[in-house]
Design a protein around this ligand. Structure first.
Ligand code: ADP
Length: 253
């Protein structure tokens, strides 16, 4: 299932436009959304998951048009969202947390236990089903968040900075889980970590100046970086060159 934006405009009250005629299609697989701080990544994700209203242009989840009430309610069945800061209720177990998420997405109460079991398996947490969430590590909590977003088996999964604040081992684990989910879903992740993009994303979009200024694969992004002096794809200069590239993409007329 695709996510399609056509001429999408968005501004917060009394402010300049954050998104300005953004046109982009996100295909099945794992796509990375990059861009400088304040570019509007969280705003775009919030529009996609229907937390913000579409006021200008079009935004479609598959065939469902988010500017209509029917489109929004149908789209919500297809959407899973892991926000940047989600909270877990410490006294619930892992399985209860995910079953509750399934219930809030409209699943019948009798189906929620089985839905939770399946979702926990897909993030490799079946073994921790009976643990209380407060006892989990950061990476495990993040995977519970992903399981909660998956419990109603959505076709489209949106993750805002899924590896932020994790140590390298935990990041690797979350990345492996997300890569697996991209096999039969449309996964869109916002991230500022180049390793996430290099190891995880089959496609990349760079948001700058309210639009998608670059779209392509990681090798195509790398090719642009090649002509930045002193940069090599995995060398120490890469992070800096990458920041400059993102800034430069944003300055293109
Ligand atoms: P990013 O996720 O790329 O860092 P955001 O989508 O968070 O960017 O923010 C884009 C712009 O919108 C920023 O200038 C930010 O200050 C502004 N913004 C974000 N949320 C709000 C809000 N709730 N009200 C007003 N302005 C906001």
């Amino acid at each position: 299932m695709r996510v399609t934006a056509e001429g999408l405009d968005f501004g917060y009250r009394n402010r300049r436009k954050v998104l300005d005629g953004l046109t982009w299609t996100v295909e099945p697989g794992v796509t990375g959304l990059l861009g400088p701080n304040g570019a509007g990544k969280t705003t775009l994700l919030s529009l996609i998951v229907t937390l913000l209203p579409v006021r200008g242009g079009r935004l479609l989840i598959g065939e469902h048009d988010l500017s209509t009430g029917t489109g929004r309610s149908r789209a919500r069945h297809e959407l899973g969202f892991v926000p940047q800061r989600f909270s877990l209720t410490g006294e619930l177990t892992v399985a209860e947390t995910v079953a509750y998420a399934a219930w809030t997405h409209g699943l019948d109460r009798r189906e929620c236990g089985e839905a939770a079991r399946r979702a926990l398996e897909s993030v490799d947490l079946a073994g921790l089903a009976d643990r209380r969430t407060r006892t989990l590590s950061g990476g495990q909590r993040q995977r519970v968040g992903i399981a909660a977003a998956l419990a109603h088996d959505p076709r489209v999964l949106i993750l805002d900075e899924p590896t932020a604040g994790l140590d390298p081992g935990q990041r690797l684990r979350v990345r492996e889980v997300v890569a697996g989910l991209g096999a039969d879903r449309t996964v869109l992740i916002s991230t500022h970590l180049i390793e996430d993009v290099a190891h995880l994303c089959t496609r990349i979009g760079v948001l700058a100046g309210g639009r998608i200024e670059f779209q392509g694969t990681f090798p195509e992004l790398e090719a642009l970086i090649d002509d930045v002096p002193g940069a090599s794809a995995y060398g120490s200069g890469f992070e800096r060159a990458y920041d400059r590239l993102i800034a430069r993409v944003g300055e293109r007329p």
